[in-house]
Design a protein around this ligand. Sequence first.
Ligand SMILES: *[C@@H]1O[C@H](CO)[C@@H](O)[C@H](O)[C@H]1NC(C)=O
Ligand SMILES: *[C@@H]1O[C@H](CO)[C@@H](O)[C@H](O)[C@H]1NC(C)=O
Length: 255
Amino acid sequence: MSLLKLFSCHLIFTLSVFTLAESANEYYRTRWSRCIYSSSDLSDMVYIDSQYFNKYLFAQFNSTLKKFVGFNEYGMRNAEFWNNDTNFLQEYIAALDTYCKHNAQIWDSAVREKAVKPNVKLSSVTRAGGRHPAVLMCSAYEFYPQHIKVSWLRDGKEVTSDVTSTMEMADGDWYYQIHSELEYTPKSGEKISCVVEHASFNKPMIYDWEPSLPESERNKIAIGSSGLVLGIVLAAAGLIYYKKKLSGRILVPNE
Ligand SMILES: *[C@@H]1O[C@H](CO)[C@@H](O)[C@H](O)[C@H]1NC(C)=O
Ligand SMILES: *[C@@H]1O[C@H](CO)[C@@H](O)[C@H](O)[C@H]1NC(C)=O
């Protein structure tokens, strides 16, 4: 069997879970091919090809062992048979390079290196019953890949106590979000910042908290100033109208 054929079979096997219907029950024979690695130079790549009947793993090829291993009588018999077929086994051993590394080189540049910068938002949240009166939340949205570090600085020094953080949460569209909270007792004149480290940045990004008025106060000011502007406009309009009327009346006796 040529390598190409082997891998097209592979793909069909992997993608199609074929079922043997028998009265009300169905049986699943599945094959799962995995290329597992974490280094960008692919040096730690391992090829694992697992064969299941229903959920039972009965045989597996492991590129580190360079052979098949069986986990029940049927699996062991097959493993012995496959390991004995030198050409067949050599194709599996070679697959670490020809299949795993070959594809990883193509896919890495298309996926792994496509880092997307997080949108970072600092906000003040109200939380009743905490140990400290104030809580700040640093949220990072829509970033890729998953790995990220969110930490806090208080006057330039890292804060480790009273910090709680969520896990990175998958949005379901390749993007992730994370939220970190800092509980603290405000001191006047201090500077609080959130630090975000991510593959999309070439250095840690520092976001300073602007201890301005809380949002409800800002809203009141916004409503108040819109009212003031409206008042001035109306007053000006009124004044112009009054002046016009007044000058109109003055003209009358001259006619
Ligand atoms: C593959 O074999 C190596 C060496 O025995 C072992 O450390 C590793 O866990 C195996 N991988 C799997 C997925 O079984
Ligand atoms: C292994 O291969 C040899 C020759 O290729 C064959 O004679 C022998 O029966 C095989 N053994 C098994 C268990 O398939």
